[in-house]
Design a protein around this ligand. Sequence first.
Ligand code: KE4
Length: 428
Amino acid sequence: MTRPSSDALYERACKVIPGGVNSPVRAFRGVGGTPVFFKQANGAHVTDVDGNQYIDYVASWGPMLQGFSFQPVVDAVREQAQLALSFGAPTEIEIDMAELICERVPSIEKVRMVNSGTEATMSAIRLARGISGRDKIVKFEGGFHGHGDSLLVKAGSGVLTLGLPDSPGVPADLAQHTLTLEYNNLAAIDQVFDAYGREIAAVIVEPIAGNMGCIPPVPGFLESLRTQTANHDTLLIFDEVMTGFRVASGGAQQLYDVQPDLTTLGKIIGGGLPVGAFGGSAEYMDQLAPVGSIYQSGTLSGNPLAMRSGFALLSSLDADQYRSLEQQTTRLVTELKKVARANGVDTVINHVGAMFSIFFTEQSEVTCFNHVNDADAERYRKFFHGMLAEGVYLAPSPFESAFVSTCHTDAILDETVMAADKVFSQFA
Ligand code: KE4
């Protein structure tokens, strides 16, 4: 499979866009080679600028739960575009969207729309700090919450040492307020609250990790976070930008029956257009301007085009579809494990709802960032390019999740497994 047009476009792009991409992960640095440029997509398939078609498992990093070019979304966007793209003034569709989110996610009584997951998490952190009057926050190693300064922070030397900037440009005296724990480590939660308890404004966590590959919470992890935060008047923030409306109608908080104080959302709620959101109790959310004094704003927040797109997607989803997504993903993972084993390739494949990840490792399980780091990233690179050559487009990084849509039929899953069998056979 050759991609001369992609290669030419990449060369042109690099002259005017940093790294030729508008978001780093797209640049293939995680797998080597140069990015594929796409021109159209439909259902579970994407087509690149050279006319090559692939079965897609990136789903634009999550939004395409009903597949690409989902007709109700296309129709809603086309209709709204004829009326107006944005007013910068309130519209009815924003209320419809807010009501739908509050109905689907009971822990959310009020919600504020923004334009990305980063804006959602950044704003939720500010809200938690404003409510609590505290500065410290806790996040988890391998957790990604967008590129807000307080969240681009890595662990200090020890679990209780203050954070260090994880990117140039993040002030050290801001980073020091962020503590980073090991995901799924219950003892670390107790330690950090014993040490800093009532100094902690918020804990922000992906209730199912998706940004170090897919890693479900171990029993008791989310419950321990809920107990410790409640005991110390710390706000618990579930970053459901990826898991929201993907793993269940009510997200991971419904699946694991643990209610956070604040929830951040994105991806699926935009249906492919730029949307983020954060929500929680009316008591908390009414502390935001213009009711309260905690400031947050956005020119295009809640714009009717993106609202119509997200509303069309969300309102198309029902319990049967979530059951089917779970069944299809389980079927795919089961078959992938079989062909990997049959070819003597050691893997751990984690999955929850319609998201999964393949780790090339002899470890029996992958439950934290250290396990991911001990996995064989070179084998992932080989697998990625092998599958690409077979017409299957996976995430161009071993630290991402793969996504199944309602358009991934049995035939498409069988095709995927056959491709994997062929690629694994070349691993020997
Ligand atoms: P955005 O600012 O990219 O819309 O959302 C940031 C974000 C927040 N929280 C979670 C749990 C997320 O997964 C993300 C963004 N996810 C990545 C993929 N792992 C987006 C892809 C990219 O960075 O280009």
